[in-house]
Design a protein around this ligand. Structure first.
Ligand SMILES: C=CC1=C(C)c2cc3[nH]c(cc4nc(cc5[nH]c(cc1n2)c(C)c5CCC(=O)O)C(CCC(=O)O)=C4C)c(C)c3C=C
Ligand SMILES: [Fe+2]
Ligand SMILES: [Fe+2]
Length: 367
């Protein structure tokens, strides 16, 4: 097997800390062929759909990829911006802002790259960018607060798959989840309070998380429990009594049972039973995307209003807000702590200069 080599490795070049920010990924364009290509990659992932391979491939290529791309492309067209898919443009802004924050807070060189699990820029391309910057230590940060094998687990697979081709591996760390991180809960609470300050408080707050097949939970995926804890901590931070908020799961696909209660059914039920106003937040998404901007902000609004509700507001994801960037920066600093001082906030310019002086002295002695 041909390995990726570093034949022109410059011995004196400075090492740096590499950070790979990862999110799900999105089609290259909202055209039907591009959406089909994206869905084919996504839905062929064994961690996303655990069905037996042969029947699933027959169903995927025989039916799903002949019908769903048209419907999904239509939905993507409704949220696409002049700069591209919201998920990608927001992720790029997060990566650029994280680079700025880390440059300011770390004493040593750091390189941030973006990698998407499906589509472009790929995880392989992000890792290649880090290799080109001579990142000898790499922190992988999947931007999924709650762990699921279908999201975080598959990011690990893609990283491992790419590194199998490398001759010289970097040191590696991998953030697994941050569902109960105080700074994450505080950032969510701040975004809800900011919304309340501007628009007032609705009768109920719905915390809607992306769903999963129920069977994955029964077989040990902790995602459901992580979502419950995030929601409880957020409600506590907002001092919301139980009757003023709910938790639900959105975006189900196919006929099998997914995690319950479902977001659409919850909103319809609330509308039917006299709840007039709701605000909906999707705490599990680090960036706005098709599932929030179309499904939550548009589709589910119509369901709630048709069921008798009169006011429906969607509260945006944390995206590239200052609170979110502070949280992401903090996660990087804490998870890279203990690595050589280059990656540590205590590594000031003086520490690095001293380190360089020592290296030069050693070098001079060994000549
Ligand atoms: C079996 C199918 C799916 C599982 C399991 C699943 C889990 C899962 N997904 C996210 C986050 C996102 N999903 C997004 C889109 C999306 N998800 C699925 C299917 C499953 N997701 C599909 C088919 C699609 C594509 C759109 C469509 O055709 O409906 C997105 C948005 C991507 C974008 O381009 O904007 C995100 C983000 C999580 C967090 C999760 C499990 C916890
Ligand atoms: Fe999804
Ligand atoms: Fe959806």
């Amino acid at each position: 097997m041909p390995f990726v080599n570093t034949p022109d490795y410059p011995h004196a070049s400075p090492e740096c800390l590499g950070v790979l920010l990862v999110n799900l990924g999105t089609p290259d364009s909202p055209s039907v062929p591009d959406v089909r290509r994206y869905l084919a990659e996504f839905l062929s992932d064994r961690r996303v759909v655990e069905m037996a391979r042969v029947p699933w491939m027959l169903l995927l290529y025989g039916i799903i990829l002949r019908t769903r791309p048209k419907r999904s492309a239509h939905a993507y067209q409704s949220i696409w911006t002049p700069d591209g898919s919201p998920l990608l443009t927001i992720s790029r802004r997060q990566a650029a802002a994280l680079q700025t924050q880390l440059d300011a807070r770390l004493g040593g060189p750091v390189k941030v790259a973006l990698g998407m699990r499906y589509g472009q820029p790929s995880i392989a391309a992000g890792l290649a960018e880090l290799r080109a910057a001579n990142a000898r230590r790499v922190l992988i940060l999947p931007l999924y607060p709650q762990y699921s094998a279908t999201t975080v687990g598959t990011v690990f697979d893609a990283v491992a798959h790419e590194l199998m081709r490398w001759r010289w591996l970097p040191e590696l760390r991998f953030v697994n989840q941050y569902h109960d991180e105080p700074a994450y809960i505080a950032a969510l609470a701040a975004s809800v309070r900011a919304h309340w300050a501007e628009h007032g408080q609705a009768e109920r707050l719905l915390l809607s998380f992306h769903g999963l097949p129920q069977a994955y939970f029964e077989q040990g995926d902790p995602y459901f429990c992580h979502c419950q804890k995030t929601a409880r901590l957020l409600a506590e931070a907002l001092e919301l009594p139980a009757e003023r908020w709910g938790l639900s799961f959105q975006s189900r696909l196919g006929k099998q049972a997914w995690l319950k209660p479902y977001t659409d059914a919850t909103l319809e039920n609330w509308g039917r039973t006299g709840v007039k106003s709701v605000q909906v937040l999707s705490p599990g998404f680090a960036a706005d995307c098709l599932e929030t901007l179309e499904e939550i902000a548009v589709e589910n609004r119509e369901l709630f209003l048709a069921a008798g509700g009169t006011a429906y507001e969607y509260i945006p994801c944390l995206n590239d807000t200052a609170e979110h960037l502070a949280l992401i920066t903090d996660l990087v600093i804490r998870h890279s702590s203990g690595w050589p001082e280059i990656a540590h906030p205590a590594a000031t310019a003086e520490v690095l200069a001293e380190r360089q002086r020592r290296a030069q002295a050693l070098d001079a002695r060994s000549r």
